[in-house]
Ligand binder design. Sequence first.
Ligand SMILES: [Zn+2]
Length: 385
Amino acid sequence: MRGGSASVVLTALLATALGWAAVPTRDLVVVRGGSTLSVPVEGQRGYPAARALALAQALGYTWTGEVLNVDGEQVRFVSGSPFFRVGADVFQLPNPAYRSGSHLMVPVSWALEWLPQWRPRRWRYLDGRLVERPRTTPRPPERDSWLVVIDPGHGGRDPGAIGVRGTKEKDITLAVARRLAEQLRREPGYQVVLTRDRDTLITLADRPRVPQLKGVENPPDLFLSIHCNSMPRKPNNTRGFETYFLAVAKTEEARRVALRENASLRFESDTPISDVDPLQFILSDLQSTANLRESNLFAGFIDRSVQATLRSPSLGVRQAGFVVLVGAAMPAALVEVGYLSNKDEERLLRSPSHQAKIADALADAVVNYLLDYGRRVWSSYSTGG
Ligand SMILES: [Zn+2]
């Protein structure tokens, strides 16, 4: 499962996303008051930016040529500087505002990333768009519906890791995912979508979008990808489970696991890397930043729940750059439920009773995390923000 190709692919992706090369333009979409508005975006400086005037109009604010008036507060950008002021406060963007002809160009990250954090009751970032929240009573913490996406790793011509006795990772992940879906569907108000429910290959980029592709209207609340680990040489004594959320890999070991899982890109011959839209990649990246804290919390719930249920040792919560988590517009985690390169653990992973135990532990983690999330969202609504 290892190989140089995966690291080359990742480096290429990052170089395109972070480099200074011109970025293809794509409109910034604002959904406000029931209408969908497009703001033209340009990428001459290597990052997406929009005219302050057009941005103000789409958001329902006013632009005086000098300042953006937002609900009575003045937002002041400076050409050539990443800093901007709101009243007496100074904030920083990843990139500078700049002048293009007579227009002031504002980095799109101001609208997509900063604004929803500053005005969370009015704006949120959803599926690459800035969406105004309906002005209605907020949902209670005990929500009447949650949509959970469960992603069995690999499938089809991508077997994933191969165990000491030839067990294929794709079969274990599907078995565990099916049981988990069954468990969660028994919970009142839970809707579950499996990214695959048979032995087929779904591209990594498509996995978080499966509900959308299937025509499910609600945005998903949670994404959980299920995998089995493996050491480069087998048999190997290393055993245990570990939980990941998306971020830059912190340890060599976390990087190794991410590279192995990202190697699935090799099987996606119908998705040449040149087709990955750099702007979309940057937007996904912004979105992941907003979800990073929640994803980390969710990973913690998984780790505690699996530790409490299984006798398998926890190797902890780690962070790494998994391609499958990049496109997730929701809190997302990836769990490696055990090592197929360990003889005993491979035997356990094949057993239906152990698979059921893993599914139980994961179901508990999902339910408890969403309960906690609901409570926190409720308290942020009632204290304002
Ligand atoms: Zn895997």
